[in-house]
Design a protein around this ligand. Structure first.
Ligand code: PLP
Length: 425
């Protein structure tokens, strides 16, 4: 399985039907599972055997989807969650608790910044934000004795900074702490962060993995092989868990301790699993991921080139453009394409930008990104609205920035729509 190319994994990994079984991953729309004897269920509760007993913890449809994404990312295991927000929240809460600290880049999705600076802060976890292009010395300088992780986005939403994954991994690993990256925008088709040194990958599967704007979901993938003992910082993995008869995750589940602990502690207690129907739909979406990401990327590059030469456009940010400051990093980490999101500002600033957004006919204004339909959004007044002005600037959100999620429609129709709208200014 591991030797398959990404296109094949996207179609074939995860669900392997037996003789006479359904060809397509079945939807197990069932909260619970039947057993013939009480001991079997007791053993499942004690984690003495693998199996399904209650869909808050695990479900066969969700399980197959998790196996596929783990395989596509090159990890040992994955846990699917109810949303991308849940994936990022649970990932950090699996590593850090009150009194702990996390280093994060400032160019994160607004909802993630809000999660960190409001909700996780209330849980006693503090954050230091650094620039996404911080050098190794600056990353190391932000790490404290109580730091439990470094967190970044591979392709920042919407600043579109491409993370130097190897540099961030080197700095984190110097302190034996993990690097977590949110790989939502590139997807495993365009970038495999685990191969570049990241330890955990998160996704809002709501975006390209589903690809059709049908299902909210999230997932976290574990690379495996992280040394939990060496730093002395991760007692939750190296000391007995009283809520599971004293088992030690790093020892008793050495192959994938992070995923087991996440599932049996946090998903169990907070109740944030992926819904089976959402996993079913998202799994179906992943089957065409390779084809879609190629088209999203080529359409976005063509639209970016069109916008660059339009007289009413002030600036364009797309890492796939040859003169983009991000182009070298894009070629290094995402050589197959720069994904489908670009940002631009029109001459005349925010007010003129609003005229353009309102005049678009094919591209809709929606609070979403990364599905087959082209759409636009104004982050300063929408996704990043909860952030202060300083946080917006640090996140790369200028007041005039329009984010475009370029769909897979014919590029001529997309360009014609932007052309007519820009000519309304
Ligand atoms: N991470 C990134 C990069 C995102 O863009 C988003 C949402 O836009 C999220 C996480 C949160 O995901 P969800 O909306 O599925 O909770």
């Amino acid at each position: 399985m591991k030797n398959w190319k990404m296109e094949t994994k996207a179609v074939q990994s995860g669900y392997v039907p037996g003789n006479g079984e359904a060809r397509v991953l079945p939807l197990y729309q069932s909260t619970t599972f039947k057993y013939d004897d009480a001991q079997s269920v007791a053993d499942l509760f004690d984690l003495k055997r693998e199996g399904f007993f209650y869909s808050r913890l695990a479900n066969p449809t969700v399980d197959a989807f998790e196996r596929k994404i783990a395989d596509m990312e090159g990890g040992v295991a994955a846990v699917a969650l109810s949303s991308g927000q849940a994936a990022n929240a649970m990932t950090l809460m699996n590593l850090a608790e009150a009194g702990d600290h996390v280093v994060a880049v400032s160019s994160l999705y607004g909802g993630t910044v809000s999660l960190f600076t409001n909700t996780l802060k209330k849980c006693g976890i503090t954050f230091t934000f650094i620039a996404p292009d911080a050098d190794e010395a600056a990353i190391r300088a932000a790490i404290q004795p109580n730091t439990k992780a470094v967190f970044a986005e591979v392709l920042a939403n919407p600043a579109l900074v491409v993370l130097d994954i190897e540099r961030f991994a080197a700095a984190a690993h110097a302190f034996h702490i993990p690097l977590i990256v949110d790989n939502t925008f590139p997807t495993p088709y365009l970038c495999n962060p685990l191969a570049h040194g990241a330890d955990f990958v998160t996704h809002s599967t709501t975006k390209y993995l589903d690809g059709h704007a049908s299902s909210v979901g999230g997932i976290v993938v574990e690379k495996g092989g992280f040394d939990w003992a060496v730093s002395g910082r991760f007692a939750g993995f190296t000391e007995p868990d009283p809520s599971y008869h004293g088992l030690i995750y790093a020892k008793d589940f050495a192959a994938a301790p992070f995923s087991v602990k996440l599932r049996v502690q946090l998903v169990r207690d907070y109740g944030v699993p992926a819904a089976p129907f959402n996993a079913y739909l998202t799994n179906m979406g992943t089957e065409t991921l390779a084809l879609r990401m190629e088209r999203h990327s080529s359409n976005a590059l063509a639209l970016a080139k069109f916008l660059v030469q339009h007289p009413n456009v002030g600036w364009v940010n797309y890492p796939g453009l040859e003169d983009s400051p991000e182009h070298a990093m894009q070629l290094k980490y995402m050589p197959k394409g720069a994904s489908g999101v670009l940002c631009f500002g029109v001459k005349g600033g925010k007010a003129a930008g609003e005229v353009v957004m309102n005049a678009l006919k094919l591209a809709a204004i929606v609070v979403h990104v990364a599905d087959v339909r082209t759409c636009v959004l104004h982050p300063a007044s929408m996704t990043h609205r909860q952030l202060s002005e300083a946080e917006q600037i640090a996140a790369g959100v200028s007041p005039d920035l329009i984010r475009v999620s370029v769909g897979i429609e014919h590029i001529d129709d997309i360009i014609a729509d932007f052309d007519q709208a820009l000519n309304k200014i």
